[in-house]
Design a protein around this ligand. Structure first.
Ligand SMILES: [Zn+2]
Length: 451
C-alpha cells in the first residue's frame, strides 16, 4: 500500500492510519499489526453487544482487528476476540459478523481456553500475540505502568491458549452460538453462510488453507450440524436497523482504507449520494490524494450528521494530512466536544495541536495527550506526540519516560531500558514519572534476560 496512510512505526513494522488514528501496532518478528479506529470500534461494539449479553460475557470484552488478509478469528484469553481484516471484509452482512463473534464468544463462555500443549505454528502466532494481548489488557486497565507490567506476562498465557480447538469444542461452540443468535434475534442462517466460505478447504494442503480452518477444524462436520439445526428453524429475522447501519459504516471504512482508492471509486455508483457511498468516496479521494474532493464529500457527511464525532474526526484527519493545520485543530476540537472520552480522537486532536505552524498550542496539546494516554496508554503515535509535547514544555525527564513506554510497546527493549534509565536519572525519586520509568526498566530487563 502506498500513500499517506502508511507510515513507519519504529523500525520493525508499518502503521496504517484509519480514521486518523488507526494505529497499527507492529508485532515482534512480523509486520502483523492491529487496527485501531474509533469509528470501527464503535461499530463492532454495536454488533458484539447483544451477543455478549446472551453469552453472559462482560460488555468490556474487546473485539480486536488484526490487519491480515487471510481469514481467521480466534480467542486467546477470556477478554479478547481477534478477527482478521481479511475475514471481516469477506463477510457480507451484520448477521455474518455476529455469527463469527457468537462462535468465538461461545469458546470463551464454554471454557475452551484451558491449557493444552501448543502446536509449533500456534506457538509462533502466540509469541506475536503476546504484545497484542498486553496492549489490549493495558488499554482496559487505563494505567500506564500497570499495563506495561502486563506486557511481560502476555506471552506465556497466549502460548497456552492460542491453539486449534477440538472436535468436541467446535460442536459445543456451534451449538451455543446458534442458541445465542436465536436469543439475540439474529438470523442463525448466517452461520451456514460463513461456513460456506471455508468449504472444501479441508482437502487443501495446510499452506493453502485459511488459518480459520486450522484453528476451527472439521468444517464439513460443522456444516452438517448447523444445517440440521437450521432445518428445525423458521425464517430468521432481518438485521436490526442499527446493526445494519453500523455494519455498513464499519465495512465502508475498512474497505476504503485498506483497498486501492481507484478500485473503491470505480465500484461506487457515481449517482449514489447516500451516506455510505459518500463516506467511501471521502476516504478514497483522501487516499488518492485529492483533499479538496475528500473535504467536499466529508462536508456532505456532516450535513447529514452534524453531531457525528467520527465524521468530524475524519474531517480533522484529512485537513491534518493535507497540512491545513488550523482547520484541522478546529475539526478535531469539535470531534472531542462530541466524544470527550474517546482516546483515539483525543490523540488526533493532540497531534494537530502539535503541528509545525501552530505554535502556542503546546500546553493544550500536553493536556489533551495526557488525557488520551490515561484512557488508552498503548498507542505508539500518541506516545511519540506526548513525548514531543513534554520536550517542548521543558520536561525532558517525562519525555524520556513516555519514550521508554513507547519503545516497550514496540518491543524495542534495549531502547526502552536506555530511555527508562535516562528518565530515572532526570526525575525526582518516587515521582509518578520516575515510578513509571522503573516499571518499564523492570519489564525491559526481564525481556532481555529471556533472550
Ligand atoms: Zn471454533
Amino acid at each position: 500500500m502506498a500513500g499517506s496512510m502508511l507510515r513507519q512505526v519504529g523500525r520493525i513494522g508499518r502503521a496504517v492510519t484509519l480514521g486518523g488514528l488507526l494505529a497499527l501496532m507492529p508485532m515482534a518478528a512480523h509486520a502483523q499489526s492491529i487496527i485501531r479506529d474509533a469509528e470501527i470500534e464503535r461499530a463492532l461494539q454495536e454488533l458484539a453487544s447483544p451477543i455478549f449479553r446472551v453469552a453472559g460475557l462482560p460488555q468490556s470484552t474487546r473485539v480486536i482487528i488484526i490487519n491480515d488478509s487471510s481469514m481467521n478469528a480466534f480467542v486467546a484469553d477470556a477478554r479478547h476476540i481477534f478477527i482478521h481484516s481479511g475475514l471481516l471484509m469477506r463477510l457480507e452482512d451484520p448477521d455474518q459478523v455476529q455469527s463469527v463473534l457468537a462462535h468465538e464468544a461461545a469458546h470463551i463462555a464454554n471454557g475452551h481456553l484451558t491449557s493444552r500443549p501448543a502446536a509449533a505454528a500456534s506457538a509462533q502466532t502466540a509469541a506475536r500475540m503476546g504484545l497484542l494481548l498486553a496492549l489490549a489488557a493495558g488499554a482496559a486497565s487505563g494505567e500506564g505502568g500497570a499495563a506495561i507490567g502486563l506486557a511481560a506476562g502476555g506471552m506465556s498465557s497466549a502460548q497456552r491458549s492460542l491453539l486449534a480447538h477440538t472436535r468436541a469444542e467446535e460442536a459445543s461452540a456451534d451449538q451455543s452460538a446458534l442458541r445465542y443468535m436465536v436469543s439475540a434475534g439474529i438470523d442463525p442462517t448466517a452461520m451456514l453462510e460463513v461456513l460456506d466460505l471455508f468449504r472444501g478447504q479441508e482437502a487443501l494442503s495446510v499452506g493453502r488453507q485459511d488459518p480459520y480452518v486450522r484453528s476451527h477444524p472439521l468444517t464439513r462436520d460443522r456444516y452438517r450440524t448447523v444445517q440440521a439445526f437450521l432445518a428445525t428453524q423458521g425464517a430468521g429475522p432481518e438485521p436490526s436497523a442499527s446493526s445494519a447501519y453500523w455494519y455498513a459504516r464499519l465495512n465502508a471504512k475498512l474497505s476504503a482504507f485498506l483497498r486501492n482508492p481507484s478500485w473503491t471509486l470505480r465500484r461506487i455508483d457515481r449517482n449514489d449520494t447516500g451516506e455510505i457511498a459518500t463516506l467511501m468516496r471521502a476516504i478514497a479521494y483522501h487516499r488518492t490524494p485529492d483533499p479538496d474532493r475528500a473535504l467536499s464529500e466529508v462536508g456532505r457527511l456532516l450535513q447529514m450528521r452534524p453531531n457525528d464525532p467520527f465524521y468530524q474526526e475524519l474531517q480533522g484527519q484529512i485537513l491534518f494530512e493535507s497540512r491545513r493545520y488550523d482547520a484541522a485543530i478546529s475539526a478535531y476540537g469539535r470531534a472531542v466536544d462530541l466524544a470527550p472520552r474517546e482516546a483515539l480522537i483525543l490523540a488526533g486532536y493532540g497531534r494537530a495541536l502539535l503541528a509545525p505552524d501552530t505554535s502556542g498550542n503546546n500546553a493544550r496539546a500536553l493536556q489533551v495527550l495526557t488525557r488520551a494516554q490515561a484512557r488508552d496508554p498503548f498507542d505508539p503515535r500518541m506516545l511519540r506526540d506526548l513525548a514531543l509535547a513534554y520536550a517542548r514544555a521543558g520536561q525532558p525527564g517525562l519525555a524520556a519516560t513516555v519514550t521508554a513506554e513507547r519503545y516497550a510497546v514496540l518491543r524495542r527493549m534495549d531502547d526502552a531500558a536506555a530511555l527508562a534509565n535516562r528518565a530515572i536519572a532526570l526525575l525526582p525519586q518516587g515521582s509518578p514519572g520516575w515510578i513509571r520509568a522503573q516499571d518499564v526498566l523492570r519489564v525491559a530487563e526481564a525481556a532481555q534476560r529471556r533472550r
